[in-house]
Design a protein around this ligand. Structure first.
Ligand code: 2P0
Length: 320
């Protein structure tokens, strides 16, 4: 059997940074994200006893680097005794550049692999399996506003609001399309071991989650903007104070922050967030989308601007 699934990346408004358990890949803190609609990864998985080993292609090219994580995830879904698989992945946005490509990749992979193995797993089970390889991938099984809870021995994700309940827009300013200098998994460990701010980051997270959850349920844009920007800058402060320092930003990242602040002084409903990469994600009200787009597009150092609505969780798109 072979199956195809599509998943969208998600952007955390309250971030996951640090692991509580590296073997089970359990996050040290809860997180809240929004799932996008217009960026996606599509994965086709075919188990084939005639293959010698797993084969992975990404956008038509053989990919050996990502293969070990893909193989581990396939075994977690289908069991260690599974047949080898051919996995073909297509992504319509830059990979490994801080645009959450591993989230959409592993979310799509678990859905496709489970169907190709003839299983009928719940979304919660699939989220736990995706979370074993990429903490943020668990959130891409869900649409709209999703909260990943930090309890127990596996991840649990809850939808706080559906995408249609609060149709915000995301405008991504791509300031560099190259791969990141250090993977987020590695960087999280450096932060945990060396940043003097790491303990405070973990301790404060419950407060930030409570404020953001309430803001989302009340659809209070100003309240969400304030806590999301604070949480983002706090996470990057943890990174900057690590040894060696982890700095994902470039000059254009800072220019974009300035653009967002200026827009806000002009009455535009917008806030920024930045992940493990130099791209700036501006979250705005639907009627402000074109102003935010135009302003970011004309910001110094911005190459490309990608716009997305909020979308649904990972879905099976074909199974034969
Ligand atoms: C997030 N990031 O909440 C945070 C903010 C990056 C910055 O989750 O180590 O690829 O595979 O569990 O899921 C990126 O991390 O990390 C991430 P692993 P993942 O979106």
């Amino acid at each position: 059997m072979q199956a195809t699934a599509r998943a969208q990346p998600n952007i955390a408004l309250i971030k996951y940074w640090g692991k509580r358990d590296r073997t089970l890949n359990l996050p040290a803190v809860g997180s809240i994200s929004i799932t996008l609609a217009d960026l996606y990864t599509e994965m086709n998985v075919k188990f084939d006893s005639k293959l010698k080993d797993d084969v992975l292609t990404v956008n038509g090219e053989i990919d050996q680097q990502m293969l070990p994580r893909i193989s581990r995830c396939l075994s977690a879904v289908a069991g260690e005794g599974r047949d080898p698989a051919r996995v073909d992945s297509h992504c319509n946005f830059p990979v490994a550049a801080g645009l959450a490509s591993s989230a959409s990749a592993f979310a799509a992979l678990v859905v496709a692999a489970s169907a190709a193995a003839g299983q009928h797993r719940s979304t919660a089970e699939l989220a736990s399996l995706a979370g074993l390889e990429s903490g943020s991938a668990a959130r891409s099984l869900y649409g709209g506003f999703a909260e990943l809870e930090n309890n127990g021995d596996s991840v649990a994700v809850e939808t706080l609001l559906d995408s249609s309940d609060w149709p915000l827009r995301i405008v991504i300013a791509v300031t560099s399309a190259g791969p990141k200098p250090v993977s987020s998994g590695e960087a999280m460990e450096i932060s945990r071991k060396t940043s003097p701010f790491y303990g405070r980051w973990v301790d404060d997270q419950t407060h930030d989650l409570d404020v953001a959850r309430a803001a989302i349920r009340e659809r209070d844009f100003g309240k969400l903007a304030a806590i999301a920007e604070h949480n983002c800058l706090k996470m990057h402060s943890v990174m900057w104070a690590s040894r060696p320092p982890i700095v994902y930003w470039n000059a254009a990242t800072l220019e974009c922050l300035q653009t967002v602040r200026e827009l806000r002084t002009q009455g535009v409903g917008v806030f920024f967030t930045i992940d493990a990469g130099p791209q700036v994600k501006a979250i705005c009200l639907a009627h402000d989308e074109s102003r935010v787009c135009d302003a970011l597009q004309s910001t110094s150092g911005v190459g490309r601007v990608i716009v997305s609505e909020l979308g649904a969780g990972a879905k099976l798109t074909g199974c034969v």
